[in-house]
Design a protein around this ligand. Structure first.
Ligand code: CA
Ligand code: CA
Ligand code: CU
Length: 251
């Protein structure tokens, strides 16, 4: 049975190497800066998938504007240092990719215009895509060999396999009971349970587990029926809830 498992993995890795160059980002989203001579960002508060490139476009030659990350309190705005386009008139564009350690986490990134201050504010909210292990805004596929215990992954680019990776082997008493983003980095993580009721969590960085922990033991009379962000903080929570059983697709 183990030979069968390794043979499957060999096929997966082979496909991955052949198609490695197919990886792509989550697409782009455009925000207009002061359209029609207004002091506004349009749309002001969009939500985008992690991995999205946001294009800010200036069309009016005046007044001048900037896209400066930070927050305003009353009439006073304070940059937070994440980004600053500088002050420009149109035509001008400023692009940022919402990925990586600085901009890739799930959450809201506020900004303002350094010329118009609190009168001209916007925010980009970054959300995780369900089952997206590499935070490119596209769901991926996790494989388990129920004979060998092998764990493998396909990083997907739509209907194309961008890469395939064998991760490791986990004893078959353990079952994947949830895939969701538990730490809010926009990369999906893996929740495991064994036949004794022990729960373990792998915090993933793409195809590699970067941290693992035993969450505890819950009597096997209790079944996980959903993994989702129940308290709205952008992080997945594990709980009995109204979500469908098994690997939740509602994140
Ligand atoms: Ca992905
Ligand atoms: Ca995560
Ligand atoms: Cu402005």
């Amino acid at each position: 049975m183990r030979r069968t498992g390794m043979k499957l993995v060999g096929v997966v890795v082979g496909i991955g190497i052949a198609l490695w160059s197919a990886a792509a980002d989550a697409g782009s989203f455009t925000v207009q800066v002061g359209p029609n001579n207004t002091t506004s960002f349009v749309p002001a508060t969009p939500t985008v998938a992690a991995g999205t490139t946001v294009h800010w476009t200036w069309s009016s030659t005046s007044p001048l504007h900037s896209v400066t990350s930070g927050t305003c309190s009353g009439s006073t705005c304070s940059p937070d240092g994440r980004w600053d386009s500088g002050v420009h008139g149109g035509p001008f564009t400023f692009d940022l990719i919402f990925a990586g350690p600085l901009l890739g986490s799930v959450g809201t990134y506020p900004y303002f215009c350094s010329v118009h201050g609190a009168a001209m504010q916007g925010a980009i909210t970054v959300k995780a895509t369900p089952h997206d292990f590499d935070a490119n805004g596209k769901s991926d596929i996790l494989w388990r060999n129920t004979s060998s215990g092998g764990v493998a992954m396909w990083l997907m680019d739509g209907a194309t396999i961008a890469s395939g990776s064998f991760i490791t082997t986990v004893p078959t008493v353990w079952t994947v009971v949830g895939v969701a983003d538990f730490d809010g980095d926009a990369k999906a993580d893996i929740l495991w349970r064994d036949t004794s009721g022990n729960l373990a969590l792998w915090i993933m960085d793409g195809t590699a587990p970067k941290a693992s922990s035993i969450l505890g033991n819950v009597s096997t009379q209790w079944t996980i029926v959903g993994v989702a962000d129940f308290n709205g903080d952008g992080n997945a929570d594990s709980s009995g809830g109204t979500a469908p059983p098994g690997m939740c697709r509602c994140g």
